[in-house]
Design a protein around this ligand. Structure first.
Ligand SMILES: *Cc1c(COP(=O)(O)O)cnc(C)c1O
Length: 231
């Protein structure tokens, strides 16, 4: 998308978030927008930044590293990592991010914690595979309790809450499936202490953010609706 289109698209996404929050009786300020910029250019990110966006999500460690260098002049830009994180990339990621949404095993929590400073803790979400075998990544619901304990024991990680993705369907967006997935995540959050212990929920993307907000999302991760198709 061209620059003015990115600003316009961002405005439309903000409106969608606000409408969805209000229609489910929530304060729109409790829903944060993560702009997912994977595969998108430095210039596209600058345009979104110029339009007021500050939190950006990337999926690949190398791409994140490159963009963080190119955009180092934007001091208050926040990077979130939302891809599958490999142990040998933890160091590279820890150097630049304020938040990781995809902690799904103890080894990666330890690796990340080792690279972060207790004075500058990294916020984390545990990615839960609520949909079962059709999803590749995420901790199984039965293993969530022990993984929460692992993360809580790391002083350089700050536990925010849970994250999930609905199973990939075909070409059609399946909002009922998305709703069931998000409701399952909320139920798991309630089983593990509720919003007091796990205040944040990272769920909802371009096509299903309204459903996610109705279910209680506090972070929606939106790429296509802001930056256009990834081709
Ligand atoms: C790519 C991606 C998104 C954004 O998806 P869109 O459909 O483009 O909004 C959100 N979350 C994760 C984990 C992603 O990988």
């Amino acid at each position: 998308m061209s620059p003015s289109n990115i600003a316009d698209a961002l405005g439309r996404v903000r409106e969608r978030i606000e409408r969805a929050a209000i229609s489910s009786g929530r304060d729109p300020r409790d829903v944060h927008l993560l702009a997912v910029s994977k595969t998108k250019s430095e210039d596209a990110i600058r345009e979104a930044y110029a339009a007021g966006q500050r939190a950006f999500g990337e999926n690949y460690a190398q791409e994140l590293d490159t963009k963080a260098r190119l955009l180092a002049d934007l001091a208050d830009l926040q990077w979130h990592f939302i891809g599958h994180l490999q142990s040998n990339k933890a160091k590279q990621v820890a150097r630049v991010v304020s938040c990781v949404h995809t902690i799904d095993r103890a080894a990666i929590a330890h690796e990340l914690a080792k690279r972060a400073l207790p004075s500058q803790p990294i916020s984390v979400f545990l990615e839960v595979n609520v949909a079962g075998e059709s999803q590749k990544f995420g901790v199984a619901p039965s293993a969530l309790g022990p993984l929460l304990d692992v993360v809580r024991a790391e002083p350089s990680l700050r536990l925010r809450g849970l994250m999930t993705m609905p199973p990939l369907g075909g070409d059609e967006v399946d909002l009922d499936l998305a709703r069931r997935t998000f409701q399952d995540l909320v139920a798991l959050r309630d089983e593990h202490g509720g919003p007091m212990l796990l205040p944040e929920l990272s769920m909802g993307m371009s096509d299903d953010l309204e459903v996610a907000i109705a279910c209680g999302a506090t972070w929606v991760r939106v790429g296509t609706a802001i930056f256009g198709d990834r081709g």
